[in-house]
Ligand binder design. Structure first.
Ligand code: TXA
Ligand code: MG
Length: 346
C-alpha cells in the first residue's frame, strides 16, 4: 500500500484536506493524525471492520482496548451510559486535553474497541485537526498511538512514517505534538479517582477536583504480578531497538552512569547517553543528547520519545538514560522510561 503524507495547518485546518482524510476514514481505512499528546492511528470508531485494521497495522494484542476520541459532550452521550457528576466535572475542567476517562459503555460501541470490557475509554483531544476530523466524520475516532506495538510513541509525522510506511494510506502532518506523552487515563467507577496510566494531566491537577486521587497499585514497582486495570500497562512498551538502562534519580546518579558508560565502552559497545542540561558537561561522550532542564519537566516530557527514537536511529547498542524526580509530569516520564528499559533500572 502506498502511504501518502499531507501537511495540514494545525491552527486553521484546510477544509479540502480534512475532507480527503474523512473520505478515507469513511471507507473504513486508517488515517494517522496529530493530537496534543502523541500521533494517533485513527479509524471510524463505530465500524468494527475499520477498527480491526488498527490491530493489524500496529501488530497490537487483541486484549488491549482502544480510546474513542470525541469532539463534543453529545458524542460522549451516544457511546457512554450514566455520565456521573464527577465525570462531568473532569470533562469541564480538562477537555479538550490530555485526559482519558473510563465510562460504562453503550451497546453501540463495538466489542473490538473495549476488548470485551463493559467500559469504554473516551477523550477529547486538544488539537484542531483532530477535532475537525471527528466532527466531519460524524462519529468518534478510535485511535491508539500510531507506533508499532512495543515501540516508542510517535510525536511527529516522520516518526509515524517510520513505523506505518506501506501499512496505511494516509498520514496527516500537523507538526510536533505539544505534550509528547500520552493522556492520563482515569477511572471513576469506584468512589475515588484512580489513575490507570499517568500522563499529561498530573495528580496535582486532579487533586484540585477530588479529595483523594489514587494510583492503580499495578503502577507501583515490584507489583508486576497484579493485573493492571488498563490492560495496556502490562505489555513491554516504548522500547527502542537498543538496550535502555534507566538510572534512578539520586545524588550519585551521574557517577553511577559514568561508571557504566566506561565499562560498556571498554567492551567496545556503542553507547548513547540521554541526560539533562544540568549534567551534560559531566560526561565525556560522543553520542549524548540533553532532554532539557530539570526545572522544566514539561519540556523533558515533550522531547522524551523523540530523542529516544533519534539516539536509537544512530545505531547504538545501549542507551544510558538519567531518571527524574517522580513529581508532577515526572511520574509519567518515569512510567514510560521504566517500561522502555524493560525493568533494567540501575
Ligand atoms: O494520548 C493518548 O491517549 C493517545 C492519543 C492518540 O490519544 N492514545 C493512546 O492510546 O495512548 P493507546 O491505545 O496507546 O493507549 C490506551 C490505554 C491503554 O493502556 C489501554 O489499556 C487503556 O488506555 N484503556 C483503553 N480502554 C480502557 C478501558 N475500557 N479500561 C481501562 N483501560 C483502558
Ligand atoms: Mg500506545
Amino acid at each position: 500500500m502506498e502511504t501518502k503524507i499531507i501537511k495540514i495547518n494545525p491552527q486553521n485546518p484546510e477544509d479540502d484536506l480534512i475532507e480527503e482524510a474523512v473520505k478515507i476514514l469513511k471507507s473504513n481505512e486508517l488515517v494517522a493524525f496529530p493530537t496534543e499528546t502523541v500521533y494517533g492511528l485513527g479509524a471510524a470508531g463505530l465500524s468494527k471492520q475499520a477498527v480491526e485494521k488498527i490491530f493489524i497495522a500496529k501488530n497490537r494484542p487483541q486484549d488491549n482496548p482502544l480510546i474513542l476520541h470525541v469532539c463534543s459532550v453529545e458524542m460522549v452521550e451516544e457511546i457512554a451510559e450514566n455520565i456521573s457528576p464527577d465525570a462531568k466535572k473532569l470533562m469541564d475542567a480538562f477537555w479538550p486535553g490530555p485526559l482519558t476517562i473510563i465510562f460504562k459503555r453503550k451497546p453501540i460501541v463495538p466489542d473490538v474497541i473495549t476488548a470485551g470490557l463493559d467500559t469504554v475509554a473516551i477523550r477529547m483531544p486538544d488539537n484542531k485537526i483532530a477535532l475537525k476530523l471527528i466532527e466531519k466524520l460524524g462519529m468518534p475516532i478510535a485511535a491508539p498511538s500510531a507506533n508499532t506495538s512495543g515501540k516508542p510513541s510517535p510525536t511527529c509525522a516522520k516518526d509515524v512514517y517510520e513505523d506505518m510506511y506501506g501499512k496505511i494510506p494516509l498520514i496527516i502532518d500537523g507538526g510536533d505534538a505539544r505534550v509528547g506523552l500520552e493522556s492520563t487515563v482515569v477511572d471513576l467507577s469506584n468512589d475515588t479517582a484512580m489513575i490507570l496510566r499517568p500522563g499529561g494531566i498530573t495528580i496535582d491537577d486532579l487533586k484540585k477536583y477530588f479529595e483523594k486521587v489514587e494510583l492503580d497499585p499495578a503502577l507501583k514497582e515490584g507489583k508486576e504480578i497484579l493485573k493492571p486495570r488498563a490492560p495496556g500497562q502490562k505489555y513491554r512498551h516504548y522500547a527502542p531497538k537498543a538496550e535502555l538502562i534507566l538510572f534512578s534519580y539520586s545524588s550519585d546518579m551521574t557517577s553511577r552512569l559514568k561508571e557504566t558508560y566506561d565499562k560498556l565502552t571498554k567492551e567496545n559497545k556503542k553507547v548513547g547517553i540521554l541526560t539533562v542540561d544540568e549534567n551534560i558537561d559531566k560526561y565525556d561522550a560522543e553520542i549524548i543528547l540533553s532532554l532539557g532542564t530539570v526545572k522544566d519537566l514539561e519540556t523533558i516530557a515533550h522531547n522524551l520519545f523523540k530523542y529516544i527514537r533519534q539516539i536509537d536511529n544512530l545505531g547504538v547498542d545501549v542507551i544510558l538514560c538519567e531518571g527524574v524526580l517522580e513529581e508532577g509530569i515526572g511520574l509519567a516520564i518515569m512510567n514510560r522510561l521504566k517500561k522502555s528499559s524493560g525493568g533494567n533500572i540501575a
